[in-house]
Design a protein around this ligand. Structure first.
Ligand code: GLU
Length: 506
């Protein structure tokens, strides 16, 4: 590979359903790798398996990655000079390359029916279609040239298989795993093309496209590692060794307890999303929950995913996309699987909420408040947020944490009442009311000092009267500093809540 080769990576999903969060991480690492090196990022849709094609999946992938801020330079929906980027639109191209392998004697026609193959497997559970068995099968190596010609002419269904020579050593120089060796004997003569649907299989289309699209680095999940020796042999068969991409196989995402591969069921069981957006499978009707709808900020999801399998080598945890691009180095990806610590995902969301501008957050909350019939302003919501967001991981937790800033408590929490509302409380609240009445609420620190002086003078201590006061304002024992609450709800509302509480609790 020439040292000056332009960095070009691709994300190549198959549109078979919702894009799993592991796929999102693959897209992210490709993006970070490319942008760190000033390269291009391609979106290629690998839709040659018509049986597994799911309508809507392609749009879902694009929408999900766009929401997360992962941008493509080229590809389906983005233009570029190497298109078309949807494999189903490249049939003619693949056919040419299949024909080239056939002409070179690197591939052959196979006429074995599914039933015949099943029979072989029934005979021998370890059956592999390869150099040792291919002459027992019906293919252009075992049949006479006339027979093959006749079968092709009468339109028999066939596949084209890759003729893998045994005893070849295949060395993968993986950017994460280092040298990985394979012997070609373990590989079978993979099907590259099927006449039935006139489509190539994943392996052929993937390699041909990586070559034609001048992909310099293939960064993909660990589950594709077993395919890579085959892909390398295909590069050799075509004579493309000089432009073969470099490979990197990313570590698996593991279940939160580290035992096995992360699945949708783990998400359902432990209540966290494993997909970027909500998705309803059009065939099964299965609902998959998405990070977006669960209330995650895209920056938080990116930051969380970036650190699942990669580390910067420092203690830094918070990274913007630009900082990730700067810091990313694929050599710092781990070989070992990464445990999916979804609590950490919530923590990131919390951190991003703290960083975000309260006026901006308030704007997104206003419609929900208006729908509840609450009359308020963006500025007021922003002030409330400043007081309560430290207790929230998600914006949808706002109302549960802040309702009392907008409406008087509808009831008083029983437990708090029995603990905090004493015999003396009604009397004390009466005295407090007089103090508040006499104040203009223009200086909360001054008012707080007055209240403290009153408690001191009467030797009430601060606890009993302040707990009762909080109960009157909030309806329970929680919430921020009392005089931050009174500052926001104002004098009239404070007095009204105090009187009502005395009335109700006596
Ligand atoms: N179409 C494959 C997938 O769905 C692509 C694997 C690769 O990146 O080569 O992940």
């Amino acid at each position: 590979m020439s040292a000056t080769r332009k960095v070009r990576v691709r994300f190549a999903p198959s549109p078979t359903g919702a894009l799993h969060i592991g796929g999102v991480r693959t897209a992210l690492y490709n993006y970070l790798f490319a942008k760190n090196l000033g390269g291009d990022m391609i979106l290629r849709i690998e839709d040659t398996d018509s049986k597994r094609f799911v309508p809507g999946a392609e749009d879902y992938i694009v929408e999900g990655l766009t929401w997360l801020g992962i941008k493509f330079d080229e590809g389906v929906g983005f233009g570029g000079n190497y298109g078309p980027y949807r494999q189903s639109e490249r049939r003619d191209i693949y056919k040419r390359y299949v024909d080239e392998l056939l002409a070179k004697g690197k591939a052959y026609y196979a006429f074995d029916t599914a039933a015949e193959l099943d029979a072989k497997r029934a005979e021998n559970a370890n059956f592999q279609y390869d150099a040792h068995t291919r002459m027992q099968m019906n293919n252009s190596l075992s049949l006479s040239a006339e027979e093959v010609q006749a079968r092709l002419e009468r339109g028999d269904v066939y596949t084209v298989r890759f003729k893998i020579d045994p005893d070849q050593l295949i060395e993968i120089n993986d950017m994460i795993r280092g040298e990985v060796h394979y012997k070609s004997d373990v590989l079978d003569d993979k099907v590259l093309y099927k006449s039935a649907d006139q489509l190539p299989t994943y392996h052929l289309a993937n390699v041909v496209d990586d070559h034609l699209m001048e992909v310099s680095h293939v960064i993909r999940g660990e589950e594709w590692l077993p395919s890579t020796p085959l892909h390398i042999l295909l590069y050799r068969a075509f004579g493309w060794e000089d432009t073969m991409p470099q490979f990197a196989h990313l570590p698996l995402l593991l279940k939160p307890d580290g035992k096995g591969k992360l699945s949708k069921r783990d998400g359902d069981r432990l209540n966290f999303p494993v997909f970027p957006l909500d998705w309803k499978d059009p065939v099964s009707g299965d609902i998959s929950k998405g990070y977006r709808e669960a209330g995650y900020f895209p920056e938080a999801v990116i930051n969380f995913l970036a650190l699942l399998g990669w580390n910067p080598g420092t203690e830094q945890e918070m990274f913007s996309m630009d900082e990730l691009i700067q810091a990313f180095n694929i050599q710092r990806c781990s070989k070992a699987g990464a445990k999916f610590d979804y609590e950490k995902g919530k923590w990131f969301n919390h951190q991003y909420m703290l960083l975000k501008d309260n006026m901006e957050l308030a704007a997104t909350l206003l419609p929900e408040l208006q729908a509840k019939g609450i009359e308020t302003t963006q500025a007021y919501v922003a002030e409330v947020l400043a007081l309560v967001k430290g207790r929230m991981n998600f914006l949808h937790e706002f109302w549960a944490n802040a309702a009392y800033f907008f409406q008087a408590p509808q009831s008083y929490d029983e437990k708090t009442v029995s603990k905090r509302w004493k015999d003396v409380s009604a009397m004390q609240m009466g005295e407090l009311e007089a103090i508040l009445q006499a104040d203009d609420f223009s200086d909360m620190a001054a008012l707080e000092a007055k209240v403290a002086a009153w408690c001191e003078e009467k030797a009430y201590g601060m606890g009993v009267p302040m707990n009762a006061f909080r109960l009157a304002l909030v309806g329970e024992g929680k919430g921020p500093h009392i005089f931050d609450i009174t500052r926001l709800i104002g004098k009239a509302e404070t007095l009204q809540r105090l009187r009502r509480c005395v009335e109700v609790l006596g």
